[in-house]
Design a protein around this ligand. Sequence first.
Ligand SMILES: Cc1cc2nc3c(=O)[nH]c(=O)nc-3n(C[C@H](O)[C@H](O)[C@H](O)COP(=O)(O)O)c2cc1C
Length: 358
Amino acid sequence: MGMLFSNYQVKNIILKNRIVMSPMCMYASSEKDGRVTEFHKIHYASRAFGQVGLIFLESTSVDPQGRISVFDLGIWDNLHVQGLKSIVDAVHNGGSKIGIQLSHAGRKAIVEGSVYAPSSIRYKEGMKLPIEMSYEDIKRTINDFKNGAIRSQEAGFDVIEIHAAHGYLINQFLSPLSNKRTDEYGGSRENRFRFLKEIIEEINSIWNGPLFVRISASEYHPEGNKIEDFIYYAQMMKELGVDLIDCSSGAVVPAKIDVFPGYQVKFAEKIKREVNIDTGAVGLITNALLAEEILNNKRGDLIFIARELLRDPYWPLRAAVQLKENIDFPNSYEKAWTEILPINNNAIYQRWYPGKES
Ligand SMILES: Cc1cc2nc3c(=O)[nH]c(=O)nc-3n(C[C@H](O)[C@H](O)[C@H](O)COP(=O)(O)O)c2cc1C
């Protein structure tokens, strides 16, 4: 068996394969109150039937003023737990593990009212000028992440991922381009890391499960954070007990990025090698052979797939066909997949007619 369909253990959780559905905002919370809808349940459960090992819920906001859009999912109130639990149950019923991405958009929030950031610098023309966060705002937001983790645990999620990428609030603290503070949350690299550090510490004070952090490993700007800075941050995160760094890039400031299949894998590879921490590779990975290559050459430990899983919820089954892997799939779909998957026909026959000769 190749690597893509091998198990992956992180803390108490075993994933049946290395395929991860990357977090993707669905803008489908219809009441603008952050609640789960029928769409979400069917959307995520479909990818479980498609045999994705770990399914990440989209960026889910710990504070209503931290929403990327008013149609985002929320986890800022106890009333969100029940709906989130219904997604967790649906995905578990489909045989996959499920993670949640906890986030706050900071100056990139598109909501009514004030938006907040480490410094009062807008992301770009036409976007709101954020209010510089006070010490109390910082402490309250760290606590919002902790409460989000408590509710994630209540809802039954297997993994928590902190969204520290794509120019959202935590990334705004990390980046010298958006953080011009002169207190202990700004200035040096150590100070810019403090906000994320305290969030990790607070989450880990109540959460024993796997903790991932998504980063933007390059800001594509001469004065922004570089991969060397992220090697430092990753080392700190390893010491704080983070299990995996999910390596994305960009969106901190507007920039032109040259994209091609696997264009961000180099970040996952470098951090894995230099820091000796597990990493996730993401970005235009649509071919199972590329995924195998990344895993075989130890350039990453998990393969995050986003848009391809919107196009095809059954991508893992297609990958199994391409790699000639014998994998499990829902009994109800057998008539379709037995023809093209290299499975043992007798085993399938026995499921339908137990005890009879095929
Ligand atoms: C519709 C859509 C929504 C997204 N929402 C999120 C999100 O909520 N959180 C996040 O970290 N990345 C988000 N992303 C980025 C993806 O997770 C992924 O990193 C990116 O699309 C590159 O992977 P791909 O080439 O496999 O699509 C989103 C991407 C898309 C297409």
